[in-house]
Design a protein around this ligand. Sequence first.
Ligand code: NAP
Length: 327
Amino acid sequence: MKDHVEFYNGYKMPILGLGTWSARPEEMKIAINEALKVGYRHFDTAFTYMNEESIGEVLAEWISQGRIKREELFIVTKLPMIGNRSSDVDIFLKESLKRLKLSYVDLYLIHAPTGLKRDMKDINNVFPEQENGEMDWDMDTNLPTLWQAMEQQVDLGLAKNIGLSNFNESQIRKIMNDCRIQPANNQVEIHAYFLQTELRDVCKEFGITVCAYSPLGSPGRQVLFEERGIENGFIPDILQNPVVSELAKKHEKTPAQILLRYLAQLQVVVIPKSTNPKRIAENFKIFDFELSPEDISDLNSLDQGQKGRTFDWTFFKGAQKHPEYPF
Ligand code: NAP
């Protein structure tokens, strides 16, 4: 198995990266340091996660101390939903680059096809609400013109590649019909309970690589959402699934390593999030064993199709009313 996937233009994306959503700035710094030490070179970040600054500080330290070269890193960040209009793309990318202390990102993604209105007084108000408690959706999101502004970021050298996140088949087709520079990657929820086979086939048809978010099934989210009072229903713990535990025993690996290796063998990029040094190291050790075709077929049987989706964004109140609501 290769340790990377290749974009349509030959650019290489490491098949394993560190997720950074929900990590507080201080714990993020420790996590990035640990991850760099054990060999991670790919970091999945986003304006919305509000921790780009701490990530940037650690990267800058490593680069200035000569411990790593910029070209060895693969950095992803994402245009927040409040920036989903052509006039805002360069504002948000430049702000992300400032926070990350970088002159370019390797991949810039549209975080989601649904736009939100922007609070002109506060760029950090990433989830503006209306008085009725619903999010302040911008119903005029225009994906083709938004994509043109993404393409300009490549022209300017601020993003080496551009891509999508949470885009469905018809939205991908809309972009592909109209683009000058094609999307290199689509980042969507994928794990053993939700394999997204049809969407992955569409991406394959267009030479778009796929990145799995929540590759472990986002086990920490139940507690996180409860703490924050966000309703999301029950999130199953795939790490406890007996098929996964049996394979872990067989290969003398952990359930997380089985789930990550499984997706990587399907040529899906994985970005498990952890701020725990032991688990950061554990998640990186997936290159020294191989799942057999029978193991893969056992894991394939866990797929629940749409029922396996855990992120349908209904926790963003009013999301379903947006014309580009993707799910
Ligand atoms: P995930 O990576 O599937 O799971 C993360 C959770 O699993 C954390 O609670 C982590 O806790 C725990 N964990 C990590 N390694 C473990 C291990 N070896 N054994 C047991 N538990 C382990 O879920 P995610 O954070 O939702 O998704 C990953 C990344 O995808 C995000 O961080 C973000 O970068 C990206 N993402 C993108 C979108 C999007 O809309 N594009 C949406 C969601 C996520 P500890 O930290 O305590 O280890």
